[in-house]
Write a protein that binds this ligand. Structure first.
Ligand code: PLP
Length: 396
């Protein structure tokens, strides 16, 4: 076993970086007051939360500030899932006469499972498909959105393949029919430029742990003027839009993460893309019968979904693990069997390839040296597994 960890699973979660941790540190044992308190000890923390709110708003291009300079379009939540659920819940409440939700077949379960729940309650849910490169069928979307549609929800970037969707175009389709538009930008925030005003977004979700802030914090952008019904009711926190005492340290961490991401966006985009592309080029050169999944012209910079034909992703992961290499497979364990993920199935990737799909996802903590190491270890792993694969024999 190898002591060294090469972490290439950053779409699952990222490390909190030391700079971000240091900014959070005082809020555990020193500045532990409740931001809702009247006394200065707690009250001063409310001002720090407002600073974090402005930092999040700046990353998303949200420009509106109220008279106290608060970025009121940002609501802090507990995670990306809560932000996604809250957006749909709020849109349905704001347009109660409309009973339809249009979304895509490749959304995260945070959207899809919430929509399944809503369909059991009588709402109509229409899922728009993708082609085999993961590109959204925009003409199907145009047809699906109608006067009964309350909300259209299209993710900014896909967590499995990195494919980036035309959210501005989808927002326009929604608005033409009077529907709201939400985007799940959990994977995109901090990796590609986002401007909620330019793209005319009504709701946008982000999650702290995908951009080096802690787990258990997220944010929802809600365009000014939209009547917002909270998903979680309680105290008057977040201007009565999300009850519950604020997760102060994590909110401060999320603000700082957004500040750092904004400052380094262009550089990091370039570095991650160069590393990812060089890694993929090496694999394509040294391993036969593989395919890179997603829209290769339009992907998040650090995501690489690779299908190795005729073997199982889980076996690859186990052998990579021996070298301390962490990645993800493109399968979901349902009722004991490994089914290719809903994203790969929606793309129509053949089973023999979908089963052997691995997602490598990078962050600013990775180096080219690490990727070279992985690219060196993979060819013998794949060859060894194919040797014992009955499917490989058949295919030869
Ligand atoms: N949306 C996308 C695209 C994701 O990738 C994830 C997490 O993997 C989520 C939503 C859920 O975020 P959280 O884990 O913060 O609930």
């Amino acid at each position: 076993m190898n002591d060294r960890i090469i972490y290439l699973d950053n779409n699952a979660t990222t490390a909190v970086t030391p700079e971000i941790f240091e900014v959070m540190r005082p809020y555990f044992c020193e500045k532990y007051g409740n931001p809702s308190s009247i006394h200065r000890f707690g009250g001063s923390i409310a001002a720090d939360i407002e600073n974090a709110r402005r930092q999040v708003a700046a990353l998303l291009g949200a420009t509106y500030r109220d008279k106290d300079n608060c970025a009121t379009e940002i609501i802090f939540t507990s995670c990306g899932t809560e932000s996604d659920n809250s957006a749909i819940n709020a849109a349905l409440a704001a347009l109660p006469e409309r009973k339809k939700i249009v979304t895509t077949a490749v959304e995260h379960p945070a959207i899809l499972h919430y929509c399944e729940e809503l369909s059991r309650k009588g709402f109509t849910v229409e899922l728009i498909g993708v082609d085999n490169c993961g590109r959204l069928d925009m003409s199907a979307m145009e047809k699906a959105v109608d006067e009964n549609t309350a909300i259209v929800s299209v993710m900014w970037g896909n967590n499995e393949t990195g494919t980036i969707f035309p959210v501005a175009e989808a927002a326009e389709i929604a608005h033409k029919k009077g529907a709201y538009f939400h985007t799940d930008a959990v994977q995109a925030a901090g990796k590609v430029p986002i401007d909620v005003n330019a793209a005319k977004i009504d709701f946008l979700s982000i999650s702290g742990h995908k951009l080096h802030a802690p787990k258990g914090v997220g944010a929802l952008y809600v365009r000014r003027g939209i009547a917002f019904t909270p998903l979680i009711c309680g105290g008057h926190q977040e201007r009565s839009r999300r009850g519950g005492t604020e997760n102060v340290a994590s909110i401060i961490g999320l603000g700082e993460a957004c500040r750092i991401a904004k400052e380094n966006l262009a550089n990091e985009y370039r570095t991650l893309k160069e590393m990812r592309d060089a890694f993929e080029a090496k694999l394509l050169k040294t391993i036969p019968r593989i395919r890179i999944n997603g829209d290769l012209e339009n992907r998040l910079p650090g995501t690489s979904s690779v299908s190795f034909e005729c073997i199982e992703g889980e076996s690859i992961l186990m052998l990579l693990d021996v070298f301390g290499i962490c990645a993800s497979s493109g399968s979901a364990c349902t009722t004991g069997s490994l089914e290719p993920s809903h994203v790969l199935r929606a793309m129509g990737i053949p089973y023999s390839a979908a089963h052997g799909t691995i997602r490598f996802s990078l962050s600013r903590n990775n180096t080219m040296e690490e990727l070279d190491f992985v690219a060196e270890k993979l060819p013998p792993i794949i060859a060894r597994l194919r040797e014992i694969s009955p499917y490989w024999e058949e295919e030869k």
